[in-house]
Design a protein around this ligand. Structure first.
Ligand code: ADP
Ligand code: MG
Length: 329
């Protein structure tokens, strides 16, 4: 029998990785915004057309990349954020897998402009389905602008899986809101088609909540704070009477990363004791700060699930933080 195992070409390996990382336009928005945060941006602009189907553009004023790094950033497993496996346990960045740009560029028509502050000229890279079409010097703003056009143009099956524009838009807005909430000190704007949907200036968390979710939250937020040797919890929880009939805005961030965690959700809602009427869902936005040694963020490709080494201790602190509702703002 002849040998039959072959190594896949990069473009196919990237497409396969994209299957996990890039599920829909919202995944692109999340990955690119996180990269901008990691690059120290103070202002991040998001532009979409047709709910991200034809265009997703993220423009930041962060560190930018050198010409070589710009090219490298598109390779799979290429990252500036970790060097060794141990770094995973001291991680302070959103990214570390070095997969997002390679994956996104494998399934779209991709254009990147980037310039470091001290470089006179930046770099323009044009890529289609992992294929670098051109790379040239360009005059551009400091920072990075990435335009992702015609997502899944080369994978009709994935494109057909996308839902209606309103549904895809809802997912995009959710990702945008999570990141904007986690970083109230950063300016964000969001333009869909010709419409400016959000224009957020640096603010306190409570103001950011109101700018994102509306004035009805004013006066409905109670601040929470709890600190132990293990961790710190801060944020706001909605007063019981402002709870909604549908599961609405509920956010838990661990070291500023949005995570889903039913166990911690339970810790928070149980802190209301019997103040919540049945089937009503309170608003909350809670930030857990914990030494990265006590968590594992590498358990899920999109990193929305994480593991704690002592989940019960975290539960207890989150619950008692949620009970300590202080002043309404
Ligand atoms: P990861 O974020 O896991 O490192 P990515 O594929 O998302 O992987 O990005 C690869 C690398 O490209 C990053 O490590 C970073 O060095 C660089 N990079 C990506 N986006 C930006 C950006 N907006 N500004 C500066 N550098 C960036
Ligand atoms: Mg990244």
């Amino acid at each position: 029998m002849p040998d039959i195992i072959r190594l896949l070409p990069d473009s196919i390996a990237n497409q396969i990785a994209a299957g996990e990382v890039v599920q829909r336009p919202a995944s692109v928005v999340k990955e690119l915004m996180e990269n901008s945060i990691d690059a120290g941006a103070t202002s991040i602009r998001v532009i979409t057309k047709e709910a991200g189907r034809t265009l997703i553009q993220i423009i930041d004023d962060g560190l930018g990349m050198s010409q070589t790094d710009a090219r490298m950033s598109l390779e799979r497993h290429a990252t500036s954020k970790i060097r060794s496996a141990e770094d995973l346990f001291t991680l302070r960045t959103m990214g570390f897998r070095g997969e997002a740009l390679a994956s996104i560029a494998a399934v779209s028509q991709f254009e990147m402009k980037t310039r470091q502050v001290h470089s006179e000229l930046g770099t323009l890279l044009i890529v289609e389905g992992s294929d670098v079409k051109s790379q040239e010097p360009v005059a551009c703003e400091k920072g990075t602008s990435i335009a992702v056009k015609n997502l899944f143009y080369n994978i009709p099956a994935r494109r057909n899986f996308l839902k209606s524009n309103p549904v895809e838009m809802k997912h995009i807005l959710e990702e945008f809101q999570r990141i904007a909430l986690a970083h109230p000190e950063i300016s964000f704007s969001f333009v869909q088609g010709d419409e400016l949907i959000y224009d957020l200036t640096p603010a306190k968390l409570s103001q950011r909540v109101v700018s994102l979710f509306g004035k009805s939250y004013q006066g409905q937020l109670a601040s929470c704070q709890e600190e132990t040797e293990l961790m710190k919890v801060t944020g706001y929880i909605g007063k019981p009477e402002s709870a909604r009939k549908t599961r609405g805005e509920q956010f838990i961030f661990v070291n500023q990363r949005f995570v889903r965690n039913n166990y911690l959700n339970h810790a928070i809602t149980s802190a209301y004791e019997n103040l919540l009427s049945e089937n009503s869902f309170p608003f909350y936005v809670l930030f857990v700060e914990i030494d990265p040694r006590h968590i594992d963020v590498n358990v899920h490709p999109t990193k929305t699930e994480i593991k704690f080494d002592d989940e019960r201790a975290v539960y207890a602190v989150v619950r008692s933080g949620s009970k300590q509702q202080k002043v309404a703002v």
